[in-house]
Design a protein around this ligand. Sequence first.
Ligand code: G3H
Length: 253
Amino acid sequence: NIMKELSGLEVYEQKLKTKFNLRKVIVVPGNSDIDLGVKQELGKACVHFLKRIIKDNMIISVTGGSTMSAIADEMIPMENKDCLFVPSRGGLGEQVENQANTICVEMARKAKGNYRLLYVPDPISESSYRSIIKEPVVKEVTEYIQNADIVIHGIGEAMTMAERRKMSKNQLDQIKKSNGVGEAFGYYFDKSGQIVHKVRTVGLQLEDLESIAHVITVAGGASKADAIESYFKLGKSNVLITDEAAAIKLVKG
Ligand code: G3H
């Protein structure tokens, strides 16, 4: 019966809250690996949570990926005035519908907020990086990103993300050899949370998260359990929105 199922999910929420020391955990039923509708439910849950915490003039920084895209699909008008959406990072080699810029625009439009974008190739060479961060328009958006009140981000499996972003054979081998399991914000982590690879880019760096009030992690699917675990070893987050299949594995692990 439905009440029983609900209380089952609540048990997982409570256990994960303690395990990762979080302010809030939301577990939706199902497994987004095999049911796309579950990814939309993650999106819905995230939008409802956002609606509860958002205030006037807040800056919301968002990453890319299909989970983030589901959040954008489910976005609803936020009555808060002058909220600003910015992408956390550049393109990271993703196809356009999965890019943070695209998701940022869609979210801002539906939420009736404003947006600023980051027109920077990602990854970027060391020499271009040094000159591009001095560009006023890049500087301005980078400052918004660092001053974000809310960050919403996805987590991916390391090899899946590295391949999807068409990283070189060398880099793929290196991530595999160093046992990379998870990816977030262009950082690749092994099981113990050590960074095994980092994509150089302007935009949000892991250390920026320390000063951001609300970091919301949205990731589901049994296949992502290890990736989620690896991120929480090192990365800061206050809120996890996940699904039942990932939660079961995380609680066992
Ligand atoms: O960085 C994480 C990825 O963007 C997650 O992508 O939501 O399509 O699995 P995904």
